[in-house]
Design a protein around this ligand. Structure first.
Ligand code: CO
Length: 132
């Protein structure tokens, strides 16, 4: 697979607003976009760190996967997202290698990206997103 860079790190938080003093005030990053992704029941906030972004994920409903993640594990790193030239081709390639897929086909994510998740059972415990 032809990964070009880490596109973003997804971090589960209870409240984006409660995290802004840290990300902006302490780290000196600038939140440049806040967006709701309806089908994932999350509100996202983006910060750029060089070529890579930090994506804060705040649940918008109790049955959001992010709400369940925070319930089980607390706030913290939720997933790593690798940029690839073609999500569809990358999915085919990893499926051929026996990786368990959460998404069998790319779907729309925040920032107009096409995204697909690989199952942490097949990725050494890290929820992994492929995106372009
Ligand atoms: Co993501």
């Amino acid at each position: 697979m032809d990964i070009t860079h880490i596109e973003h790190l997804g971090i589960a938080v209870k409240s984006i607003e409660a995290c802004l003093p840290y990300y902006e005030g302490v780290l000196g990053l600038k939140c440049y976009s806040i967006e709701v992704v309806e089908d994932q029941k999350v509100r996202t906030a983006f910060f750029k760190v060089g070529q890579t972004k930090i994506e804060l994920l705040e649940p918008t409903a109790d049955d959001s996967t992010i709400a369940r993640f925070i319930e089980k594990k607390g706030e913290g790193i939720h997933h790593i997202a690798f940029a690839v030239p073609s999500v569809r081709e990358a999915l085919e390639e990893v499926a051929d290698k026996g990786v368990q897929l959460i998404d069998k086909a790319p779907r729309p994510g925040a920032e107009g990206l096409h995204i697909a998740f690989l199952h942490p059972k097949s990725t050494c415990g890290v929820l992994t997103e492929l995106c372009m």
